[in-house]
Design a protein around this ligand. Sequence first.
Ligand code: GDP
Ligand code: MN
Length: 389
Amino acid sequence: MKAHEYQAKELLAEYGVPIPVGGVAKTASEAREIAAGLKGQIVVKAQVHAGGRGKAGGIKIVSTPDEAEQAARDMLGSMLVTHQTSPEGVPVNAVLVAEAADIEKELYLGIVIDGVAGLPVIMASESGGVDIEEVASTSPEKILKAYVYPGLGVRPYLARQLAFDLNLNKEQVKSATELISNLYKLFEAKDCSLAEINPLAVTTDGRLLAVDAKLNFDDNALFRQRDVEELRDVQQEDALEVEAKSKGIENYIKLDGEVGCLVNGAGLAMAVLDLLKQVGGNAANFLDIGTINDPDRVVQAIGIINSDPDVKVILVNIFGGMARTDVIAQGLVAASKQMEIKVPVVVRLAGTNVDEGNRILDESGLNLIRAYSFKEAAQKAVEAVQKSN
Ligand code: GDP
Ligand code: MN
């Protein structure tokens, strides 16, 4: 789950990380009021769950409350498209209005879980402000890394070493040491999967200031992070993913290809994505229906996949263990009666009650593309996409 910048900054402030003075506005007149209470130049920032706002017109620096109101009016209600969003963009329903920082230098500071090391890793760089992925690929040596053993937390020496390596002066090293340790405390306490300050500004008067902030939270920890869950803004999320969750389907993931995938089990889902790639295709999404044995769940699942406009073919690939393939077949038959399925459907069933499952499909009179092996199913799905183009 993601949070907005203003929400992330409120949490940062709670944990003692310095942020610019400001407030969040949902209307242009609120933006004006907030701006009237601020000193110096003012920055108006679109609040969306995506970075790259600077280059996309989602950040304006202005001089007066009038201009702040105008900037807010331009942004609010619009869709912001950045290199991190879909081509339709994401809605701007709030803007952050804050005192603009006088920036001398932009640093990067982030904490993520390193899946390979199995540890949180703090990353810091003097090349902040820009896309850190870009820095990581062109000049990885510019990114400092320090692993944290959760039992020990951030030892002072570890934060101090990072601060020294960022070429900060003595005073700044002190505040950076504290800041890094505070960011880690937040990361741990709130079950973050990412805590990122980019840029972490060194201001012209020598202070460190979190000019941007991004927090992502581990969805699996939300049961014990009720206050975090309240920060959820579903309008920023993929509409079909939200619908799937509301129907109790945990694993529906939107991707950017053309094949809609109905599978059971996360492992099979990953294998389907790999195999599609291998035969020249790409998944538009995958929906893991789990071990559900209720035909209505299949109808709901097909309904979600069928409403994704990117889907050019539906691939149903079920390996029945606990899940019964005959129930899946019944669900497919019911789905085709209840809705107009606009694209070809490739079905491959294997495992529990497969003879019965195949019999139901054989006798259904449905115009399905049948496959009897995994690879055949992937190939037929890709062929169907090619035909539709
Ligand atoms: P992002 O593009 O979505 O990551 O948004 P950021 O908040 O990181 O802003 C992008 C860039 O805009 C920063 O790297 C800064 O160069 C500039 N910027 C943002 N806020 C301020 C500010 O308060 N003062 C100044 N001088 N520049 C800012
Ligand atoms: Mn940023």
